[in-house]
Design a protein around this ligand. Sequence first.
Ligand SMILES: [Zn+2]
Length: 407
Amino acid sequence: MLIIKTNILNPISSDKVEFLPDTFISISNKKIASISKTIENQDFTDYSDSVCIPGLIDTHVHLSQYYVRGKHNSNLFDWLDNCTFPEELKSKDPEYARKVAQDFFTALKKAGTTTSVIYTSPFKEACNIAFETAEEMGVRAIIGKTMMDTNSPEYLLEDTETSFLESVELFEKWNKKTELLEYVFSPRFAPVCSSQLMKMIGEFAQKKKAYIQTHLSENQDEIKLVKKLFPKYKNYTEIYEKLGILGPKTLLGHGIHLDNEELEIIKKTKSKIIHCPDSNFFLKSGVFPFEKIKKSGIDFSLASDVAGGTSLSMFNVMKMACYRQDDYTVSPEEAFYYATLGGAKVLEKEDIIGSIDVGKEADLAFVKIPDINNKEKKELLSKLVFLGNELKIKATYVAGKNVYEKS
Ligand SMILES: [Zn+2]
């Protein structure tokens, strides 16, 4: 039994956060066994100079692009052609793929992120290496090999059958291999995937209740291209619906420029939207309709979208979620919720992770806050959201195991 003394900041809902100062958390068999004001046992780990939050959840991130974050290009397609695609090719070399994966997961743990949903490059071995590294490092990860079988640079282009079969092979090998690892089928987006490939993915994933992730309606040029490539469909979302890609375990990255009909399809199929505000700023993709999506009842969450996003830090993402809105004020409570419990809900894992409650797995991040004893809940939460980049993570735990400790 591990006992930790700390100050808990816990998301309850998108407008409510609970603060429990000077509290003891006991952890047994990976889970939170108790949360209490006193303990009999005097032997505990003292993190009372820190605030304890649920491990952060990044629901959309590209591992193979980790090294090109911050490399500027003013729009999505130029950025894909000039930065992303050439960089993803480098992961064809297993040694390079291993180095990226190691640096990527090390940085995630250091940023307090305990769960991430990951695209790797379109190379099977690079995806295998990402899983191996995640397992070695003890993080919770849902990982998939990016699929692209049309309209792609020659050096990334896959044959339809091979793309599908390699993904199935990776799924069989890694999905739920450990309690922390799962597979996600990852057709990059409609412009680079054939109808046939998406249909095959949809059928297989629905049958196996597997996750699917893709991009949707990020950029106006992308939408125009999709209209040209798929003329028989009413809108972008309908393509995914008709090809069987949508469902409760489908994660749709961006969803900025959706019309009401498209929102209806997403709601009806219980698909999820992943909002990546830093990336939207960086690539000038547009403003995510935060208030409209929230009111629609569609589940959504926050994500870094590195390397469209510049930083793996979910603190940076929370801040950007607030900054990116012009006419709607995202509160610190909302930003915090969608990077924790909201992320867990999108993954249908809200009974397991996302908040600090007895019975949930102990995925925790301890953030050191200067002069913590003189701060109230509101100030602490606000500092986390707006000054997170300056704050240091003291320790990170995944399923009760210490995976990072600041030296
Ligand atoms: Zn992305």
